[in-house]
Design a binder for this molecule. Structure first.
Ligand SMILES: Nc1nc2c(c(=O)[nH]1)N[C@H]1C(S)=C(S)[C@@H](COP(=O)(O)OP(=O)(O)OC[C@H]3O[C@@H](n4cnc5c(=O)[nH]c(N)nc54)[C@H](O)[C@@H]3O)O[C@H]1N2
Ligand SMILES: Nc1nc2c(c(=O)[nH]1)N[C@H]1C(S)=C(S)[C@@H](COP(=O)(O)OP(=O)(O)OC[C@H]3O[C@@H](n4cnc5c(=O)[nH]c(N)nc54)[C@H](O)[C@@H]3O)O[C@H]1N2
Ligand code: SF4
Ligand SMILES: [Mo]
Length: 821
């Protein structure tokens, strides 16, 4: 579907000037120093065609983008228009500068082989045939000698397209991995907060959608800077504010959203769990808890015996029965018991009319406590004074939040990744989830978490992955799933939990792991220990420098794809091919197929793109609503409202009991790397402990007095857009924001060159004095490549250990000392 546009509005000349400046910045071997693509042709001005596109970086918004093409060149981008959802017609400066990425001097132009040291950036040009042959010859040898798990695939998040991008679980790269049975390395990002939701509410979508913002009286943005990170949604908050709702921001620094808020509540880094406990303490002290909500929709009345197990009907002599679940699996039914206040008897929770929240007598010889008893006990020590001391939040503000959550109507809470990026992120998030349940701020219009649009999700990924080959052979499945830190250890030692585990080759697509995984020096060490590295990329970023073979992928606008994964708008977006791939770059999907063919797996890829996408779209909802790729292509977008505006409507959760849970008798860590495990910490959701280095009381802070939040940048999505010079007009180079009093103590002035360092690494950057920063806490916008730093790299300072039960990289849990240079 092409649309026509008459073109007057755009100044061709100014664009060319910008693009030429980019070209002049040309750098490393294999990158283009070009500008000729945009040279003036003279003669009549050709017509402009508009193609449907999407901004496919993993910024969570996934904007619909019009791609304007003239003379076979992308000349500009504008916001696409949904005729059935104008509230989602948005684009940010990154989306508007996408043409500069297409014509960036950093683009990889042709396949290359390393000729220098790893990381040095010396490559020689080779042909596609040579590249594919070299990769697949090596891989065949490794498979023969060490098995397919000796090849490790890393599926990044740089492109949310389905055919090319590895991010959707059902992408063609994911299929290749499953067909070959290789190892899969998990990025281990953004895990803690979502895991806390699944833990307490069950697997599924937990967020209210934008349409429900009309019902909120108060909006709390908890640890997020949505004006920077979620541009599709921020206007909903601002419109609610215009209607009279108030906007409250809880953050460690006064940032963009704080500037737009009615109230800013500061908190010490990573202490939000303690803040939630302090609020809960005050709520219980005042008797403001949502008793009926807790009784009806949560497991608060469930009974726990002294051995830590739930009291069930089998404890009362009723034999368990069996039933068949939705998947056809036989399961045992042994209902949880509650104490019914109306009848003063113990009975299955589904039968009680008034389940008791406390004061339950011994039952059948068992001493029991309700989950609510445990909540009271856990909150008991968190007096206003103690909570205030730990969090730095004033007693007044804690009381304000307790009152707001219970006495002033509907509260919407937007829990963001500032909570997630610490070692204690899951505990913190569980405490806040608990607060929402205890105050009944979930499940109803205007009351709930606000985490994004109803998700079509990633589609029927099981079906795309397990589709048999043309000759009926089944893919063998993932050979081994490795956590990132596990992977780093395995490549160094050759062993996984004491057993031999050779990894010979690493293949990464759509990710810049050198910049984005924690503890950069460990990442580099791991890469150096691997025999053969293949990187499939658009740019010569920090990770490309470590490739043995570099495969140039084309830009999003140079191939067609379906953007399926999204959070910012409720649409499936068809992205048309707008221009031909530049240089010798190829669509990612074509590269996967070339590799598959050469590996002898061509039989598994005998489908057209459309056939593949239709399988992916065949989710139960997709089938019920007739979602096909042709239907999406009618307008190039299709609105999919898989869930209503309110999550968990009428108090129904996705847990086995259908109630929100505060306690698990048998919690499981989400990874096993032979770590020591104190499982008691994982059972109850009001457990909280301080973070690691972000904890002000950690003795390490004597040596390294400052914590560093290396946050997401306005002008980049992770490291993408580093190649766009326009964006550097706003954020030129790495800086460190520091509180004025801290700066004065260290004799640091605006613009001084300073070095942040710890035992793991160091970075040299410019200081900027900012009264919005609290003392002993710094903010450094991240996403700069090593070569953009004066010296070192911010990514060298973070640590890569995990919480005992949650495989989460803790980007912000990092302490440094400062040296003025
Ligand atoms: N422009 C842009 N947008 C993006 C991205 C990007 O790189 N650039 N990345 C996308 C991705 S993948 C992600 S995960 C999201 C992340 O987006 P956000 O969740 O918004 O995360 P950050 O910007 O990293 O940090 C959010 C805020 O948390 C605050 N904060 C830090 N620590 C704490 C704390 O302990 N307590 C409290 N209360 N606040 C704290 C920081 O000061 C900051 O204001 O953004 C997505 N959107
Ligand atoms: N210090 C610190 N580090 C962090 C964070 C932090 O807050 N602080 N945040 C973390 C978080 S939350 C996340 S989600 C990660 C994100 O980490 P990554 O997923 O590694 O993010 P990007 O930097 O966007 O890297 C994506 C790469 O994909 C490439 N790419 C884009 N499109 C295509 C394509 O179509 N084909 C191919 N082959 N390549 C393509 C881009 O050029 C880019 O190099 O970063 C994490 N790292
Ligand atoms: S970077 Fe994000 S907000 Fe900006 S245009 Fe792209 S998807 Fe939209
Ligand atoms: Mo992320």
């Amino acid at each position: 579907m092409e649309k026509q546009e008459s073109m007057h509005s755009f100044s061709r000349r100014s664009f060319i000037k910008g693009a030429a400046a980019l070209g002049a910045a040309g750098a490393l071997a294999g990158c283009s120093a070009q500008g000729s693509n945009l040279a003036e042709t003279g003669g009549p001005v050709p017509e402009t065609k508009i193609f449907a596109g999407a901004c496919r970086s993993q910024c969570a918004n996934g904007c619909y983008v019009n791609v304007h093409v003239r003379d076979g060149q992308v000349v500009r981008t504008t916001a696409g228009k949904f005729d059935d959802g104008p509230e989602f017609n948005r684009i940010c400066p990154k989306g508007l500068s996408l043409p500069a990425r297409v014509y960036s001097s950093e683009r990889l132009q042709y396949p290359m082989r390393r000729i220098g040291e790893r990381g040095e950036g010396k490559f020689e040009r080779i042909s596609w045939d040579e590249a594919i042959k070299e990769i697949t010859d090596k891989w065949k040898g490794y498979i023969e000698e060490y098995g397919p798990t000796s090849i490790a695939f890393f599926l990044g998040s740089g492109n949310t397209g389905t055919l090319g991008g590895p991010a959707p679980e059902g992408s063609i790269m994911a299929r290749l991995l499953n067909v070959m049975g290789t190892s899969r390395v998990l990025p281990d990002r953004d895990i803690a907060t979502p895991m806390s939701h699944t833990y307490m509410f069950g697997p599924g979508a937990h967020g209210h959608r934008a349409a429900d913002t009309v019902n909120g009286d108060h909006f709390i943005i908890w640890a997020g800077d949505t004006a920077v990170s979620e541009k599709q949604r921020t206007h909903f908050f601002l419109e609610a504010r215009d209607r009279g709702a108030d906007l409250i921001v809880i953050d460690i620094a006064y940032r963009t959203m704080a500037g737009k808020a009615d109230k800013f509540i500061p908190v010490h880094p990573a202490t939000d769990g303690a803040l939630a406990l302090g609020i809960i303490h005050e709520v219980l002290e005042q008797g403001w808890e949502a008793t009926e909500f807790l009784r009806e929709f949560t497991e608060a009345p469930f009974l726990i015996k002294d051995d830590g197990k739930f009291l069930r009907m089998s404890d009362l002599g009723v034999a368990p029965t069996t039933t068949t679940d939705a998947q056809g699996k036989e399961t045992t039914v042994d209902p949880w018991v509650v104490w019914d206040e109306d009848t003063q008897t113990a009975m299955p929770y589904t039968e009680a009319t008034k389940p008791a929240l406390g004061d339950v007598p011994d039952i059948n010889g068992f001493h029991v406590r309700t989950e609510m008893d445990m909540i009271r006990e856990a909150a008991e020590p968190w007096t206003l004074e103690r909570a205030s001391e730990v969090t730095g939040t004033s007693i007044e503000d804690i009381k304000y939040l307790a009152h707001l959550y219970t006495q002033e109507g509907n509260v919407m809470t937007d829990m963001k990744y500032g909570l997630n990026h610490y070692n204690n992120g899951m505990y913190t998030s569980k405490c806040i989830n608990s607060l929402l349940l205890i105050t009944g701020q979930m499940c109803f219009p205007g009351r709930g978490m606000y985490t994004g649009e109803g998700n079509f999700g990633e589609g029927n990924t099981q079906a795309t992955i397990s589709m048999p080959s043309a000759s009926g052979e089944k893919p063998r499945g993932v050979g081994a799933t490795l956590n990132w830190t596990d992977f780093c250890n395995i490549v160094q030692t050759g062993k996984k939990m004491g057993k031999d585990f050779p990894i010979k080759s690493f293949y990464a697509v759509c990710t810049n792991i050198v910049s984005n995984q924690t503890e950069q020096n460990e990442t580099i060490k791991a890469l150096k220990a691997i025999e053969f590295i293949v990187i499939q990329e658009m740019t010569m970023n920090d990770t490309s420098l470590y490739a043995d073979i570099l495969l140039p992928a084309c830009h999003w606008f140079e191939t067609s794809d379906l953007r399926v994964r999204y959070y910012g708008n409720p649409y499936l977006l068809w992205n048309e091919k707008a221009v031909e791939p530049l240089y010798e770059s190829k669509p990612d999907a074509d590269i996967y197929r070339l590799i598959a063919d050469a590996m002898g797996y061509g039989d598994f890829f005998q489908f057209t793109d459309d056939e593949y996408l239709n399988v992916l779209l065949s989710t139960p909802w997709g089938k019920a609503h007739g979602v096909t790729i042709d239907k999406i292509r009618e307008k190039n977008y299709l609105r999919c409202e898989v869930s209503g505006p309110v999550a968990h409507p009428n108090g129904e959760f996705y847990t086995p009991s259908k109630r929100a849970s505060f306690y698990r008798e048998d919690p499981k860590p989400d990874y096993m790397m032979g770590q020591e495990l104190d499982i008691e910490k994982e059972k109850f959701t009001l457990f909280w402990e301080p973070a690691r280095e972000a904890d002000l009381d950690n003795p390490i802070r004597e040596k390294y007095p400052f914590s560093v939040c290396c946050e997401h940048m306005r002008t980049r999505t992770h490291t993408q857009w580093y190649d766009v010079d326009y964006m550097k007009e706003f954020e030129k180079q790495p800086v460190c924001r520091i509180n004025p009093e801290d700066a004065a103590e260290l004799g640091i002035k605006e613009g001084d060159t300073i070095r942040l360092y710890n035992d793991r690494g160091s970075v040299t950057l410019l200081a900027t004095i900012n009264p919005g920063e609290q003392r002993k806490a710094l903010h450094c916008p991240r996403s700069f490549l090593t070569r953009e730093h004066i010296d070192g790299d911010l990514a060298t300072t973070t640590f890569n250990d995990y919480n005992q039960a949650c495989r989460n990289q803790s980007y912000f849990d990092c302490a440094v000392a400062i040296e003025k240079l």
